[in-house]
Design a protein around this ligand. Sequence first.
Ligand code: GTP
Ligand code: MG
Length: 195
Amino acid sequence: MVIKSVELETVCGVTSVLPENTLFEVAFAGKSNVGKSSMINTILNRKGMARISSQPGKTQTINFYNINNIGYLVDLPGYGYARANEEIKAQWGVMIENYLHQSAKLQAVFLLIDIRHEPSENDCLMYDWINSQGFKPIIVATKADKLKPSQINSHVSRIRQILGMGKEDVLIPFSSETKLGKNELMDLIDNYLLR
Ligand code: GTP
Ligand code: MG
């Protein structure tokens, strides 16, 4: 898919009503600071579309990006931001859960995990939650440029093992810096939005 137009069409906060979109959606979840917004910018070929920050907790809303008027990329707020207070953490959880539960158009959920680290308890909970909602989580292992190429396979195996992924479950090593995995990711998104 060639990205011809992108519009941040809807931004939902804790008290917002979710949009009843008529086009398909694919969503991106992951720990705060894992690189969700950077990945969305990489996919969209737009540097400043999604806000990026070295401070975790930048994306605190659910952002719906309309692409080419064929579907939406949905940027979910990052979970597990340690410095957020408990009330805010609980609100984020509820927002994400409501969205996964309520969206009639959601086709797939991509879960981003930093390739350098073992999945956290929250990552595992999110993985199981996505599964239990009837979606096959697709893992995007971010910041692959931070590893030596020779280290990638062992980190991928470890992530697969800890999450309990099956052989046929998809994990894509990805980097917003080098664009590793971009084409594979685009092909998957195309398939979900255009089916
Ligand atoms: P929140 O909105 O806070 O949940 O974070 P996020 O998941 O959207 O992360 P964001 O894209 O804002 O990136 C967080 C930090 O990681 C920024 O400093 C980015 O520059 C950096 N980063 C993101 N992706 C990559 C990558 O592929 N490689 C490297 N080296 N750094 C990255
Ligand atoms: Mg973000």
